[in-house]
Design a protein around this ligand. Structure first.
Ligand code: FAD
Ligand code: SF4
Ligand code: SF4
Ligand code: SF4
Length: 427
């Protein structure tokens, strides 16, 4: 009835779809989050299955061949606290403050686990800014969005590609007043894995000085055209600790694609055409194919326009943005998750055995602080230090051209172009 555990994205659409409220998440034998239906209360109506985007991938309308922009908000403070250029927060603000509609974004709970909230004109929308590198809880949000749409309200939904697909599958019909953005996603860890890591951080510090904030895309030391992140851990005492992705076991293994949920490695939503009217990501590699003027030091978003609605939405918020049209190839050559899911990192199989009950002290020693991993990180660091971020990005582009990755990205674009040409209903 529900999709295979290995393919389940934990989007929670089946939970919202069940009229008896009898689907809930549990952990399977390997420790993965999976939904189960209470057989006693199930009336075999099949609505959960119908709402599953893995079993019934939704089909969007008015798809365009992607146009790509680099963009950031004109509000410098927002760009600083945002994940990249602050576009998701700008659109959210526009929907709730100017259109008096609704917007969906994630906020952290006390354990730093992000969960979706529905925001309206009175809500504080600033807490949604920034990226959380863990799967977010979405149960409940799809039904709330449907209620708003049925009353004729305008709604903006921004989420991971699997969550945007889940919303469309749940709704089962297109609404003129719904606008969506999917965020480029290389994968997510399970909530349980992340919680154990936060506990590890807490234990390492001791109870006297609790953690009050964790930011994975901190800009206090600027933003890089390379896929590298600065993490900031804030403590109640006011102290702040900074770690580059290669200095923190969780962030490093996350960036190395070693600890994602199984479904992420075969994700059917990290592809072209994209799931949302817009796609938002970091514009890694910006300027490597063509020069760019006035790059914001605190972050630049990649905005991909996928539908006629997306085009209209970008036009509406453009007065709040600085933006420039770019070659679509500049985006897809660097951001591989625009057209394919991540591949399992070298440490994935070994770590999979640890993920049932992760012991981060042990994981740190065994997979992060061992001599061979340290050596690899030193080599990467040396290349970056000698070449600089921009030249390293140019080197990466050259590698992608030589190893056929760029050709595969071109292939994905050509495939989409052919599909659109052969489809009468799309433009
Ligand atoms: C798990 C994850 C993986 C990512 N991988 C890539 C990548 O490989 N390449 C790339 O270019 N970009 C990636 N991003 C996207 C990037 O980090 C930014 O989120 C995106 O560029 C939007 O930036 P912004 O400045 O417009 O967002 P902001 O204005 O800062 O707003 C952030 C938006 O992201 C949403 N959000 C944050 N965390 C989550 C979450 N866990 N689940 C659902 N929604 C969330 C918020 O609700 C909000 O709408 C990833 C983001 C996440 C959360
Ligand atoms: S078949 Fe119907 S009642 Fe049973 S779990 Fe699915 S949605 Fe709920
Ligand atoms: S709807 Fe989502 S959570 Fe439910 S089975 Fe399908 S993928 Fe898994
Ligand atoms: S990779 Fe796919 S399945 Fe995994 S979190 Fe991202 S969108 Fe969802």
């Amino acid at each position: 009835m529900l999709c295979d555990a290995e393919k389940c994205t934990a989007c929670a659409s089946c939970i919202d779809a069940c009229p008896k409220g009898c689907v809930q998440f549990t952990y399977d034998a390997s420790g993965h989050t999976v939904p189960v239906a209470d057989a006693q209360r199930c009336v075999q109506c099949g609505l959960c299955e119908k709402a599953c985007p893995v079993l019934h991938p939704p089909r969007k309308q008015s798809i365009l061949f992607p146009q790509v922009y680099c963009a950031c908000s004109t509000d410098d403070d927002l760009v600083h606290r945002a994940a990249s250029g602050g576009i998701a927060t700008e659109i959210t603000r526009y929907f709730i403050r100017e259109k008096r509609g609704y917007a969906c974004g994630v906020r952290n709970d006390g354990d730093f686990i992000p969960a979706f909230v529905l925001l309206d004109a009175e809500s504080d929308y600033t807490a949604i800014s920034g990226s959380r590198y863990v799967h977010s809880r979405a149960d409940g949000i799809y039904a709330k969005v449907r209620d708003c749409l049925q009353k004729g309200s305008e709604v903006f939904f921004c989420g991971l590609p699997c969550q945007v697909a889940a919303l469309y599958a749940f709704l089962g019909t297109e609404y003129d007043t719904l606008y969506t953005a999917d965020i480029v996603c290389h994968g997510c860890t399970e909530e349980r894995v992340y919680k154990s890591y936060v506990d590890f951080l807490r234990r390492s510090r001791g109870q006297a000085d609790p953690i009050v904030g964790i930011d994975y895309a901190c800009k206090d030391r600027g933003w890089s055209v390379l896929i590298q992140k600065l993490m900031r851990i804030s403590y109640a005492s006011g102290e702040q600790q900074y770690r580059w992705s290669q200095q923190d076991p969780y962030l490093s293994l996350f960036m190395d694609c070693a600890i994602y949920k199984p479904a992420c490695y075969t994700c059917g939503f990290s592809r072209l055409p994209r799931q949302g009217d817009l796609t938002l990501g970091d514009f890694f590699g910006i300027g490597t194919m063509r020069k760019i003027k006035n790059l914001h030091a605190d972050g630049v978003s990649m905005v991909m326009v996928n539908t006629v609605k997306g085009q209209e939405l970008l036009r509406q918020i453009s007065p709040r943005l600085r933006m420039e049209k770019r070659d679509v190839r500049e985006a897809v050559y660097f951001n591989l998750n625009l057209w394919r899911p991540s591949r399992k990192g070298a440490l994935h199989d070994a770590l999979a055995r640890e993920m049932g009950d992760p012991d981060w002290a042990k994981i740190s020693e065994k997979y992060f602080n061992n001599p061979s991993e340290k050596r690899k990180r030193s080599v990467r660091k040396a290349v970056k230090t000698v070449a600089g971020d921009r030249n390293t990005a140019r080197l990466m582009l050259l590698t992608y051209k030589l190893n056929g990755t760029a050709a595969k990205a071109d292939e994905a674009l050509n495939k989409l172009r052919n599909e659109l040409e052969n489809s009468a209903e799309n433009i």
